[in-house]
Design a protein around this ligand. Structure first.
Ligand SMILES: NC(=O)c1ccc[n+]([C@@H]2O[C@H](COP(=O)([O-])OP(=O)(O)OC[C@H]3O[C@@H](n4cnc5c(N)ncnc54)[C@H](OP(=O)(O)O)[C@@H]3O)[C@@H](O)[C@H]2O)c1
Length: 227
C-alpha cells in the first residue's frame, strides 16, 4: 500500500444475504441510530466518496446532519460528467465543497455545464476514473482520510486494487434476495466465524432493529461479495 494515499475507510450497510441495495430502487437499510454513527464518521473524515450510480439512484446529500461537525468534501466519481443539475449534490455545491471526478471521456458540453456550478472538476483517467492517480491528487490537496460510501461497483474497484485500509460494515436484519438466499446466509455466517481480528459493536440503542457493526482490518477480511 502506497503511503502517500489518504486512509480509506469503506462504510456500508449490508443485508443478511450480503447485499447493499436493489437495482433502480432506493431502499433504506440504516436505522436512525445507525445514521448517527455514520454521520459521526463523516464528521471525522476529510472527504466522502461515492460513485455516480449512488447519486443517480439515491440522490444523497452526503452531509453531516445527525451529528455535530463539519461537512467533509464530497467527491463523486462520474467518468462522463453526467451528474444531473437537479441532483441534491449539484443544488447544494455552493455551500458544501464538492469535487466531481471525470475521465477523458467526458464531453466538452458536459464539462462546460459542470463548470458553471461552484464545484471542482478533476479530469483523471482515460475511460474511467483512475483511482490510484486520483488518490495521489487528493493526497496533494491535504485530504488525509476518506470515507468510501459506495456503491457496490466502486467498493469492488477499491477492493480489487487493494486500496481499502478499514471497513465498517453494518449488518442489517433484512434479506433482499430470493433465490438461494438461505445458502448465502449460511455461507456468510460461516465466513464471519472464520474471520480473525473482528470486533463486534452491539448497538444497544436499537430497539426492534438489531444491527451489528463490524470493524474489520482489510487484510484480514474475507470478501462478503457486495452486490
Ligand atoms: N447499503 C449501503 O451502504 C449503500 C451505500 C451506497 C450505495 N448503496 C447502493 O448502491 C447502489 C449503487 O451502486 P452501483 O454499484 O450501481 O454504483 P456505484 O458504485 O454507486 O457507481 C458506480 C459508477 O461509478 C463510476 N465510476 C467512475 N470511476 C470508477 C471506478 N474507477 N471504479 C468504479 N466505478 C467508477 C462508473 O460510472 P461511469 O463509468 O459512468 O463513471 C460506475 O458505473 C444503489 O442501489 C445504492 O442505493 C448502498
Amino acid at each position: 500500500m502506497v503511503n502517500s494515499k489518504p486512509k480509506i475507510t469503506l462504510s456500508a450497510a449490508i443485508t443478511l444475504d450480503g447485499k447493499i441495495g436493489q437495482k433502480n430502487k432506493h431502499i433504506v437499510l440504516s436505522s436512525k441510530s445507525d445514521k448517527i454513527r455514520v454521520h459521526k464518521l463523516r464528521a471525522k473524515s476529510d472527504a466522502i466518496l461515492v460513485g455516480k450510480n449512488t447519486v443517480q439512484q439515491d440522490d444523497p446529500l452526503l452531509t453531516v446532519r445527525y451529528a455535530k461537525g463539519n461537512n467533509p468534501i464530497r467527491i463523486i466519481l462520474d467518468s462522463h460528467a453526467t451528474i444531473r443539475n437537479d441532483s441534491r449534490i449539484i443544488k447544494t455545491c455552493k455551500r458544501v465543497p464538492t469535487i466531481i471526478v471525470v475521465s477523458e471521456l467526458a464531453s466538452k458540453s458536459n464539462l462546460n455545464r459542470l463548470q458553471k456550478s461552484p464545484l471542482d472538476v478533476i479530469v483523471c483517467g482515460k475511460n474511467q476514473v483512475n483511482l490510484t492517480k486520483l488518490l495521489s491528487i487528493l493526497s496533494k490537496r491535504k485530504i488525509k482520510t476518506i470515507l468510501l460510501e459506495g456503491g457496490g461497483t466502486l467498493n469492488r474497484s477499491f477492493l480489487k486494487q487493494n486500496l481499502i485500509d478499514e471497513m465498517i460494515i453494518a449488518l442489517t436484519p433484512y434479506v433482499l434476495g430470493s433465490k438461494n438466499t438461505i445458502d448465502k446466509i449460511i455461507l456468510m455466517h460461516l465466513q464471519m466465524l472464520l474471520l480473525n481480528n473482528l470486533h463486534f459493536h452491539n448497538d444497544r440503542n436499537l430497539k426492534n432493529f438489531h444491527s451489528l457493526v463490524f470493524f474489520v482490518v482489510c487484510q484480514e477480511f474475507s470478501f462478503f461479495g457486495f452486490q
